[in-house]
Design a binder for this molecule. Structure first.
Ligand code: CA
Length: 460
């Protein structure tokens, strides 16, 4: 066990010299984004000047990459890096951000890669990169090796409940709602939706229900609904709850269809959320371009964490080319930690806002291996992954994490970007994590965590 979280992986990139033939082909296939971006203007004068200053050792092998995103606040570092010229500043002048209709589409598109009309990587819920790498959610169980390169965000997600359940105890603590769930179970079970099975949103709903004594596999009905359909489904009364990223929970409150029972920031303060991950073949072929992408994202994350920039960020994200929201206010208020929960509860606390670079526990951007391990452990808890990933000192989980998590590339990029040593974590473990119900996850003892949980599908 010891050594896993403190080792410094020194796997070397496969170096490619110059612009390869496939990169030229790639560029030819991509074409232009469907719409010209009207907000922000992309490359600034300062960025153009900076490009000339990139040293030959850091000049990317290609200026072109295609990254997928889902229109929720998790995507902000990608969009800001493009719109504020941070990608261009490090030489990535042709980053194509491709809006994905659903997580399933993102998965399908990364399977074929940009060369086949898909994407090279992008924004992911966890542990999608691990599941894709293992061939567990791909067509024909084909293994598509991926690398996790940085975390994009913490917080910014919530669990929304249909208005008809107002005042019945369906809140962060569920002690007062047990009889309601029991009553519904005998007629039409409480139905909760997430945007893709077995990943973040599914895991947040399950954690919250189980902490309140509700068994997600027995007492409720869980299903997959794309974010954009959640409002419609809740309006028609076919859905009682859903979990997704901002602005969706807040839109429900604004449209008076529902309320927010819990922010994920309340379930697990400073929790891991979504990540940047890319096909490993793209990264291995373009090590300098990968670090240039990371440097652009790191700069965007720091820019986003300056709350003075958040009004502008909300305007850029709400724009027609990105989230296409009726008003930027839907994003601007949560960005300041202001949440009207819709049940009379109002949160005005900056520590509950989304963070992109640093939070109350340290680095947000750095991909801690201990967080990958929590996602794998939680997947074992619900039977999504076999028990042997965690049994025997989590050897199988760690082997997978060591293949997929490339925190070493993050560190190299951070050093090249001149990030202060104090902002570069020295351990791959963030240490013991604590949840709202008092449960603790010690990444050195994932089996003990599973043993301590009352409601689970796996026996430990
Ligand atoms: Ca999310």
């Amino acid at each position: 066990m010891k050594g896993f979280f403190n080792q410094f992986s020194r796997r070397k990139f496969i170096l490619t010299v110059g612009l390869s033939a496939s990169a030229v082909l790639l560029k030819g296939c991509l074409g232009n984004p469907p719409e010209n971006l009207s907000n922000g203007g992309g490359t600034t004068q300062a960025a153009v000047k900076q490009v000339a200053n990139i040293s030959p050792e850091q000049t990317p092998e290609t200026t072109t990459v295609k990254l997928g995103y889902i229109p929720i606040v998790e995507a902000a570092p990608l969009i800001i890096a493009k719109e504020k010229g941070f990608f261009a500043k490090y030489g990535m002048s042709n980053v194509d951000l491709s809006k994905q209709a659903s997580w399933g589409s993102a998965r399908d598109n990364v399977e074929i890669g940009a060369a086949g009309g898909g994407i090279d990587g992008g924004q992911w819920q966890m542990p999608m990169p691990h599941l894709i790498s293992e061939g567990l959610i791909t067509k024909g169980n084909q293994k598509i090796p991926m690398y996790v390169l940085c975390q994009l965000i913490t917080h910014g997600n919530g669990i929304a409940i249909a208005s008809k359940h107002q005042g019945k105890g369906v809140s962060l603590q569920l002690a007062g709602a047990k009889s309601l769930f029991k009553e519904l179970k005998s007629s039409t079970p409480f139905t909760a939706a997430f945007t893709f099975p077995h990943v973040n949103q599914d895991l947040w709903i399950r954690y919250w229900l189980a902490a309140g004594g509700i068994d997600p596999d027995v007492d409720v009905k869980l299903l997959t609904v794309p974010s954009a359909q959640t409002v419609a489904n809740m309006k028609t009364g076919t859905m009682d709850a859903f979990s997704t990223g901002d602005p969706w929970p807040y839109r429900l409150v604004n449209e008076k269809i529902g309320y927010v029972a819990a922010l994920t920031a309340e379930i697990w303060k400073n929790h891991p959320e979504e990540y940047l991950a890319m096909r490993s073949d793209w990264v291995d072929k373009h090590p300098k371009a990968t670090k240039a992408i990371l440097k652009g994202i790191m700069e965007a994350q720091q820019w986003l964490d300056n709350f003075d920039n958040r009004k502008e960020a909300a305007q850029i994200l709400a724009g027609r080319n990105y989230f296409n929201l009726p008003s930027a206010d839907i994003l601007a208020e949560p960005f300041q930690g202001k949440y009207d929960m819709g049940d009379g509860r109002k949160i005005d606390d900056k520590s509950m806002a989304a963070y992109y670079w640093k939070d109350g526990k340290g680095s947000v951007s750095y991909p801690y291996k201990s967080h990958d391990l929590w996602f794998i452990t939680e997947s074992v808890r619900w039977g999504f992954l076999p028990k042997d990933y965690i049994a025997n000192n989590a050897t199988k989980a760690k082997e997978l994490i060591n293949k997929v998590n490339r925190e070493d590339i993050w560190k190299e990029a951070a050093k090249e970007a001149g990030i202060a040593a104090a902002d570069i974590p020295t351990s791959t473990s963030r240490g013991v994590e604590e949840f709202f119900d008092g449960t603790k996850f010690d990444p050195e003892k994932p089996e003990e965590y599973l043993k301590s949980l009352k409601i689970k599908k796996v026996s430990f």
